[in-house]
Design a protein around this ligand. Structure first.
Ligand SMILES: NC(=O)c1ccc[n+]([C@@H]2O[C@H](COP(=O)([O-])OP(=O)(O)OC[C@H]3O[C@@H](n4cnc5c(N)ncnc54)[C@H](O)[C@@H]3O)[C@@H](O)[C@H]2O)c1
Length: 438
């Protein structure tokens, strides 16, 4: 099939590349000319495991093309995917500026039988609005379908090519059949292809992200209660997780969720609910608990140092909003960095992939260390914010030697309390007792 993908970010690039890899002819379009230039030069603008090789292979075969030229990308395409950003607007709603700008730019070039598919996460009713806009612009109906994306950054290719399920929202069965054919190579293991209305498909994406966010805020809130009651959240987590109705997924306490999806999608669903007369009590709380949780390490550091934080050197391990990505959108590390800088602390930071993005934001206000251990040089404390696997089994002797004091604030509970007692560190974590160095 001939496909155009509009927007070549984390989702668009993965979508276009995976569809090319299953034999389709794909044109990836972006308005960001620099991004397209980099892609044409074989330079992948984001970090996503396995993506570079896949892009290279499919670009070399001629199946995957990159362009800024709307007509050449859209005119031949049977399916046009919209994968542009839908960030939070000031009132919490999804900002639809990019999506409608993209729709307007493609409209004059659409084939008579083209199907437009939203891959972007969009408010319920967006397909209907797009149908209306195309009818206004072209004086004829255009099929618009919803095909929400459930991939996780850091495991995007696997998630895309081996999806738990594919959801499509369509008005006509023929459109579902076209999309079923497109996805067939990825559904050979009998995972379901779920056909519903565009409205239900749009809602499904928000509900999935809202429920995952709810689990995170729930476990974070009870972790904070555990700390005050001398209960250990890790034991409690195990105690509940073996109940098959509960399970373990997304019930790890930490410093709050970030990224380009959960925060904005929870807010957008809450906004939609309010707009339609439902008070979103749970969603509002999930967002508020998460915002508060992003301060939890800073509060622990504040309590430890009192008025003596200014001038101290704090090392930070992990800046990306989660491991295996360079994405720092709404990352908890940014809240910690801002708070520590405001208190006059000096920061030495390390992340395996996100340093460039953090440098673009903070410039020389931070010291960027090439290795985790280099970040610890003469540090008064280490704060761990992202659970990269390379942080999980460090050499505690080397850490102690590098630092001024053996003091860790761990926002991801990477280490056991026994381990920390043996290594003789003062160790603050989430929802567990504080270990004091002797
Ligand atoms: N990132 C994720 O993990 C993820 C997962 C599932 C769904 N989503 C959703 O997918 C959508 C895209 O997210 P993303 O993280 O890929 O965003 P992104 O910001 O990485 O990429 C968006 C791209 O669209 C381009 N763009 C903007 N306007 C355009 C236009 N008019 N024409 C062509 N290109 C245009 C931008 O230049 C940018 O490269 C969002 O709605 C998001 O909620 C994201």
């Amino acid at each position: 099939m001939k496909i155009a993908v509009i927007g070549t970010g984390y989702v668009g690039l993965v979508t276009g590349t995976c569809f090319a890899d299953s034999g389709n002819q794909v044109a990836c379009l972006d308005v960001d000319a620099k991004k397209v230039e980099r892609l044409l030069a074989g330079d992948i603008p984001i970090y996503e495991p396995g993506l570079a090789e896949l892009v290279e292979r499919n670009a070399a075969s001629g199946r995957l093309q990159f362009t800024t030229d709307v007509a050449s990308a859209v005119a031949p395409a049977q399916i046009v995917y919209l994968a542009v950003g839908t960030p939070s607007a000031a009132d919490g709603s999804a900002d639809m500026t990019y999506l409608f700008a993209a729709a307007e730019s493609i409209a004059p070039h659409l084939r008579a039988d083209a199907v437009v598919v939203t891959k972007s996460t969009v408010p319920v009713g967006t397909c209907a609005r797009l149908e209306g806009r195309f009818r206004e612009m072209l004086g004829r109906p255009v099929d618009v379908a919803s095909n929400p994306e459930f991939l996780k950054e850091g495991a995007a290719i696997d998630d895309f090519t081996k999806p738990d399920r594919v959801v499509v929202g369509v008005r006509r069965p023929e459109v579902a059949e076209l999309l079923r054919e497109l996805y067939a190579p990825f559904l050979r293991t009998e995972h379901p292809f779920l056909v519903m209305s565009p409205e239900s498909a749009e809602m499904t994406k928000y509900v999935a992200n809202a429920l995952l966010s709810t689990k995170i805020s729930f476990i974070n809130e009870v972790a904070n209660v555990c700390e005050r009651l001398d209960a250990d959240i890790n034991d409690v987590r195990r105690g509940i997780g073996h109940d098959s109705r509960i399970g373990f997924a997304f019930l790890f306490p930490g410093v709050g969720y970030g990224g380009s999806c959960f925060p904005k999608d929870v807010r957008a669903l809450a906004h939609l609910a309010k707009q339609h007369g439902v008070e979103p009590q749970i969603l509002t709380s999930v967002d508020e608990v998460n915002t508060r949780q992003k301060d939890v390490l800073l509060e622990k550091i504040d309590r430890h140092f009192g008025d003596e934080l200014a001038g101290r050197t704090i090392a930070i391990w992990g800046l990306a909003f989660k491991p295996k990505t360079d994405d720092i959108r709404e990352a908890p590390a940014l809240v910690l960095i801002d708070g520590l800088l405001a208190r006059g602390a000096k920061l030495q930071v390390h992340d395996p992939e996100a340093m460039e993005n953090v440098r673009a934001r903070y410039g020389d206000r931070l010291t960027y260390a090439d290795t985790p251990i280099a970040a610890l040089t003469a540090a008064d404390a280490l704060a761990i914010v992202t659970e990269w696997s390379e942080f999980r089994n460090p050499d505690f002797e080397a850490i102690r030697t590098a630092m001024k004091a053996p003091l860790i604030f761990d926002g991801r509970n990477l280490f056991s309390l026994t381990q920390m007692r043996q290594a003789n560190f003062t160790y603050h974590s989430i929802g567990r007792e504080v270990v004091k160095a002797k």
